[in-house]
Design a binder for this molecule. Structure first.
Ligand code: SIN
Length: 494
């Protein structure tokens, strides 16, 4: 075991090799699956094996929940200042180890190192933000009609939280939830994705170095899917809240499972973001915004532009400028300095992008750049398609890949209708310099978040979340409230 641990650590080439953990974390102990089974985690750039982690199941999940439940008895009673100080220590450790943490993200997710460093900064910002929120959890005094009573509301942590996260942000999607949970006084069981467990395990190690007590954070690594581990995380009576980021289909399943015990739930599900460029926009800014928004994580984020609508009078110029810039991208291994864009996470993702591109072409779209997968790899050439029709697959569902699908429109009313035709509504973007239009369009888009003259909206301080089938609840910002219960105390006889 010692030598395989050493080999795993060597595969990552970190300055601090002890950040690579190849076991799950339950009740403060690094443990294997009880039946010894493992998941082989591969580097999506090279498709070679990085290391293994345990493939845990129901038993380990129950143990992790029991550990979190026990730890809540003490962690839930700590002072906000105590939790603030520990979280700030974790924030500082994440900065101190940023090179190693970014390298782990690049190796398991594939995104280029510079982008991985950006993710680590984003990830750490949630820990800092919620540390600062923890000491500002205020209650309320509510004036009573009866002069002899007083109404007071206090805020209490909900208890054990199940955290289920995706592979596209192996670190930041965890801290957005974990930061809020710990700050509120909750304990957690994290189920990281099977594709990218090492960032979660490294975060748990740093949290322990920062002083987070045993059992407060538990990590169950698994490839068993939703029906076994996910179900327990949603149905176990000792879990009081479920928080998930991922696809709309899985979000619906978890919502149904969590209904059995009426748990508090936050779901950040899929998007299909419209990106609208009006004729009065600054075209260069809009092109830059489209690139940042569409190709972040090689198109694998829930807030990536998915449908790019450009007004007819500037369509040709926008399309040609965008295509020129995308043609200059360099796909490759994220550890190479010259790489601008990494691979997709796995072959299934490549198949989906391929099917969207082929479908759009069959329905009349033209390829301006790219249009093909790189055979026998997880890479898909960054692609720009023009004249993508409204009934193309890429117009109707999230592609989650490096495909910029352009569609021409004539009027504001027409494009608003197109933009709002989706069942989901996470983010939407538009470029315009007409102040009246800016307000009108921002108010009319059926999404939870609007980027106006920017393609990047993500920050720790904002209420992140969607409407329609993009989910429930908001994370970041005032999101700590989702991890607390209001308790009313009425004082009588005054
Ligand atoms: C996501 O893709 O789910 C999150 C993206 C972000 O936080 O910017």
């Amino acid at each position: 075991m010692a030598s395989s641990k050493a080999a795993a650590a060597a595969a990552f080439g970190l300055k601090d090799a002890s950040l690579i953990k190849t076991q799950g974390l339950i009740a403060g102990r690094w443990v294997d699956a009880k039946n010894g089974s493992t998941i082989d985690v591969t580097n999506p750039s090279t498709m070679s094996s990085l290391a293994t982690v345990p493939d845990m199941g129901l038993e380990e999940t129950k143990d992790a929940i029991a550990a979190a439940s026990k730890a809540f008895e003490t962690w839930g009673k700590t002072t906000a200042k105590h939790r603030h100080d520990i979280l700030m220590k974790l924030f500082s450790l994440m900065q101190q180890h940023q090179d190693d943490l970014a390298r782990i993200i690049t190796l398991e997710n594939g995104k280029p190192l510079a982008e991985a460093k950006g993710e680590n900064t984003y990830s750490a910002s949630f820990i800092e933000w919620f540390a600062e929120e923890s000491v500002r959890i205020y209650g309320e005094h509510i004036p009573a009609a009866n002069p002899s009573i007083r109404n007071v509301v206090i805020k209490q942590p909900v208890g054990v939280v199940s955290i289920l996260t995706p592979w596209n942000f192996p670190s930041a999607m965890i801290t957005r939830k974990l930061g809020a949970a710990l700050a509120a006084g909750c304990t957690a069981v994290i189920k990281p994705p099977a594709e990218t467990p090492f960032s979660a395990l490294a975060l748990a190690e740093l949290a322990s170095r920062a002083g987070v007590p045993e059992g407060v954070i538990n990590v169950v690594t698994t490839d068993k899917g939703i029906q076994e581990v996910g179900r327990e995380l949603c149905e176990n009576k000792d879990v009081r809240k479920v928080t998930f980021t991922g696809s709309t289909n899985v979000a619906k399943l978890l919502y149904r499972m969590s209904a059995s015990t009426l748990k508090k739930i936050s779901l950040e599900a899929g998007g299909n973001a419209p990106f609208i460029v009006f004729s009065d926009a600054d075209i260069e800014q809009a092109v830059e915004g489209a690139i940042a928004c569409k190709f972040r994580g090689s198109g694998q984020t829930c807030v990536c532009a998915n449908r790019i609508y450009v007004q007819s009078s500037i369509y040709a110029e926008f399309a040609s400028r965008l295509a020129d810039k995308v043609a200059a991208f360099k796909i490759g291994d994220g550890l190479e300095e010259s790489t601008t864009h990494g691979p997709l996470i796995h072959g299934r993702a490549v198949e989906k992008v391929t099917s969207h591109v082929e479908d759009a072409i069959a329905k009349g779209a033209q390829v301006l750049v790219g249009g093909k997968a790189v055979p026998n790899t997880n890479f898909f050439k960054p692609t720009v398609l023009s004249d993508v029709p409204a009934d193309a697959l890429s117009s109707c569902e999230e592609t989650f890949g490096p495909l910029a699908a352009l569609t021409k429109f004539e009027t504001e009313d027409e494009v608003i209708k197109l933009a709002n035709s989706a069942d989901v509504g996470l983010a939407g973007y538009f470029y315009s310099r007409d102040i009246g239009r800016v307000w009108r369009v921002a108010e009319k888009l059926e999404v939870g978040m609007v980027g106006c003259n920017t393609g990047l909206i993500s920050q720790a301080a904002i209420p992140f979340g969607g409407v329609k089938e993009s989910g429930l609840g908001r994370e970041g910002g005032h999101g700590i409230a989702e991890y607390m219960n209001d308790k009313l105390i009425v004082f009588g006889g005054i």
